[in-house]
Design a protein around this ligand. Structure first.
Ligand SMILES: [Zn+2]
Length: 528
């Protein structure tokens, strides 16, 4: 039996294992199921009964009727941020400002002297009564301890006075919002570029802290069936954190890494292209932002509201620079105008990137006009969406977008138009948990309320396709990963039952039993 031990040696020892007596969902339409799977070294050798005699004394694992699927990819995760968030004060489910304050107050005694009290997950739209947070509310109990609380969408931050002083007035930056009170002083809430500038310039987290947090978070991701991630935190140094983890044998995920879009000329100068790296860690794509978010009311809308982070012309330039350097672009676009301008920019530059085979993507694609839905397929730009967002955003979306003609979270329309649809969590904004995402994509509800926009719901098969198969295409791995076929990496997840044979109400019961990466168990090796 091959278990991930923290050394790379075992990955090179050709061992074989036969997983038998289960339901293998290959995700290949011409050969959808098998009863077993043979693994030789890092690779799938074949279905049971075909190649097993060719394998030298294989281990045998009785699946006991359990289900095998290709390992899950989370196509949109801020992994180091999510890893750190496991240790922060979490405010996601607070129903009032007082509840949020009580939770922050309770965390104060655990803060080491001289360090920050960090938290995340608040959304003032969820609070009753409706109020905006201020620094004074934190000052009452936090004293000299700097407090920084990131909003749920990571586009706003709530600070106390001790934290604000660190910036010494350096708060306003282009594309940023500094909320002011009636005396013209900062309220303690910064949005968009001002939020990120503050976070990057004044909140210090060491590399060691990130790497340590990621060590545990990788195990947690493996336990949830994840074998690959498309990370979004290139801007904060994710690449060097992953590299450290890989060199010590602790990287048990395949990583497709983002880098900030402004880096294109530097990448070109050193002649580095997308795809460079190892089987576990590769440079993937450039990341840019068109606008803000629904929750912060900074999404850029056709009605003229919202915040512009990158203009259509600027994005076109970034796409061109990316194409010259050999990198695709992933651009965050939430509002209907942001999405339209992103599509326009991909359209006007298509002659420059399409012949190079670059797999471009729009992240979130949350609000689309009917005429823009079909443009993703036509241009060959993937829609990188989050199935868990609609049921969690439904109240805000009804409040802010309810009267608009544009379609929110139009996953079914995108699929039907022929678009490549991939699913991610956007963790830490939602939890990194692919099974929860699949459930949300199918049910479009998380509570006892009826499905929200049920006409946009997906089948279990479609949700799995977007979680296992299409993400591998986006990272250029469609002949190596994403299906359980001979010659593909043995990256797989064992579930306690077959989600494709479940009634919708039973989906919540489906559990990850074990996870394998490149032929080695990364979570809960058998026997089970
Ligand atoms: Zn994100």
């Amino acid at each position: 039996m091959i278990i991930w031990t923290g050394t790379a040696v075992k990955r090179h020892t050709l061992r074989s294992v036969i997983l038998e007596n289960g339901i293998v969902r290959t995700m290949e339409p011409s050969l959808p199921t098998a009863r077993g799977l043979a693994v030789a070294g890092e690779w799938i050798a074949g279905g049971v009964g075909t190649h097993e005699t060719a394998l030298a004394s294989p281990d045998r694992v009785d699946l006991g009727g359990r289900c095998l699927l290709p390992g899950f990819t989370d196509s949109h995760v801020h992994f180091p941020t999510w890893a750190m968030a496991q240790r922060e004060v979490r405010l996601e489910d607070t129903r009032s400002l007082d509840e949020a304050l009580a939770r922050v107050h309770a965390a104060l005694p655990d803060v080491r002297p001289g360090t920050w009290l960090l938290g995340r997950g608040w959304r003032s739209g969820d609070w009753q009564p409706q109020v905006e947070p201020t620094k004074e509310l934190l000052d009452e109990f936090a004293g000299e301890t700097p407090v920084a609380l990131m909003a749920r969408d990571s586009h706003s931050i709530w600070l106390n006075s001790a934290a604000l002083t660190r910036a010494n007035g350096d708060l306003q930056v282009p594309g940023g919002v500094v909320e002011l009170n009636e005396h013209g002083e900062p309220t303690g809430v910064l949005r968009e570029e001002s939020c990120w500038h503050f976070r990057d310039a004044y909140i210090e987290t060491t590399d060691d802290e990130y790497v340590e947090a990621m060590r545990g978070a990788i195990k947690l991701a493996n336990a949830r069936g994840v074998t690959a991630v498309h990370d979004k935190d290139g801007w904060l140094g994710a690449l060097r954190f992953w590299q450290r983890l890989e060199s010590e044998g602790a990287l048990t995920l395949r990583v497709w890494q983002s880098l900030p879009a402004e880096k294109a000329p530097e990448l070109q100068a050193v002649d580095v292209q997308s795809g460079l790296g190892s089987p576990l860690l590769r440079l993937g794509y450039l990341k840019a932002f068109m606008d803000g978010t629904l929750g912060s009311q900074t999404a850029r809308m056709l009605d003229g509201s919202g915040v512009q982070i990158t203009s259509r012309e600027e994005l076109a330039e970034l796409i061109r620079a990316g194409a010259r350097a050999g990198f695709p672009v992933a651009v965050h676009a939430i509002g209907d105008l942001a999405n339209r301008e992103a599509l326009d920019a991909f359209e006007e530059t298509r002659d420059e990137w399409h012949p190079r085979g670059l797999r471009q993507r729009i992240e979130h694609a949350q609000l689309l006009t009917a005429e823009d839905v079909g443009r993703f397929a036509k241009l060959g730009v993937a829609a990188s969406v989050q199935f868990s967002h609609p049921p969690s955003d439904r109240d805000l979306a009804d409040r802010f977008w309810g009267d608009l003609d544009s379609e929110p979270y139009a996953f079914r329309s995108l699929l039907d138009s022929g678009a490549v649809l991939v699913n991610g969590s956007d963790a830490p904004i939602e939890e990194l948990d692919p099974l929860a995402g699949i459930r949300a994509g199918v049910l479009r509800t998380l509570d006892d309320r009826p499905a929200w926009h049920p006409e946009q719901a997906l089948t279990v098969e479609e949700a799995l396709e977007a979680t296992c198969v299409t993400p591998a295409w986006l990272s250029g791995d469609e002949h190596r990963r994403g299906k359980l076929l001979p010659g593909y990496y043995a990256d797989l997840v064992v579930l306690d039952r077959d989600p494709l044979a479940c009634e919708p109400e039973e989906l919540a019961e489906v559990k990850v039993v074990a996870t394998m990466l490149g032929g080695a168990w990364t979570h809960n090796p058998p026997p089970w």
